[in-house]
Design a protein around this ligand. Sequence first.
Ligand code: PLP
Length: 405
Amino acid sequence: MSAPPTPGANRPIYLDNHATTPPDPRVLAAMRPWWEENFANPASVEHTLGRAAEEAVEAARAEIAALIGAEAREIVLTSGATESNNLAIKGAARFAASQAPDGSAAGLERRRIITVATEHKCVLESVRDLQAEGFEPVILPVGPDGLLNPEVLRAAVDERTLLVSVMAVNNEIGVVQDLPVLVAISKVSGALFHTDAAQAAGRIPLDVGAVPIDLLSLSAHKLYGPKGIGALYVRRRPRVRLAPLLSGGGQERGLRSGTLPAPLVVGFGEAARIARLEGTLDAGRIAGQRDRFLAALQAAVPGLQVNGHAERRVSGNLNLTFPGGADAQAIMAAAPGVCVSTGSACSSAAVEPSYVLRAIGLEEAAARATLRVGIGRFTSPAEVDRAAALLARAWESTVSRRAAE
Ligand SMILES: *Cc1c(COP(=O)(O)O)cnc(C)c1O
């Protein structure tokens, strides 16, 4: 077994907080007893240990709900945002189809599903899967700033629309969509509204009490919680109905069968509690780090371009196109002490440049010269200084080598 790098001077600087965040030490501490001391199945309510595990799960569920202004019973625990997005989109569509006279999408008045070109793959692929079942996908473009223009949505949504799915915060360029306006437009036509809030939770305020979102996806490992656990908020008033993806024991009100991983749920609850109490503080401090990092890098890299809307963005994200015919892969190879990425973690194994960057109008060469930087809760000022210096040097050495070729 290979060991992870130990903390110390040579530990790589982690600036990839969009791919995942390090678990907060308080999250790890909260989880530990539920691995070691009480490992019971929270559904085993016939005995003491099972009931204690159930209580811990329900306390965590209440914390997750509080983060987004929901009620605990509106929270369905899942394995992560991928599953939550699949359950929201396919679940809503398939439930609607099951109510049609012929039990299929063909018999539905509303069978249009609207989403956006810059969504996470799990949203786009879920919508595409539904096309094969008779639903009509509509993929809307975004502007060069990465935002969905509300007028573009208004023109697309009507009485034939079943569901609108627009992410709250983009995982590559960090832009924040105007959800209150987009939800209001969708509601005029009576469509359901889903949002993938995996990158938004803990970074910007989310309140399903103030904005009538019907379905909202969360992932614990994007907010300093454990990997392998997430949640789907499902509105109860008015009630949103879903068809489950999994058949089984009927846990989570029949919407998600399978034994709840109590330690992960407890960790998620603790991460949500910390995010609710400290998210705003984090955001302010992280914005300071971002400004410091960007100023240092811009001073060393003239012509560096920041992608995505300048103001409507989360504080930890920088999506940067390097000038001079740069190659992002080469920059990363020349700066192994800095962990950044060229795009989303899920598609960065692919050779294709980011479809998100193409959707905001970047040419292929510019997309290939682009790095995503994600600053997080545990990034120190010394780390951003050093990372800026290392990346600037890596850029300089790789472009001058190219020029010499
Ligand atoms: C990470 C991420 C996902 C996937 O979440 P998992 O919990 O890893 O399945 C979905 N959408 C967005 C925007 C993400 O950033």
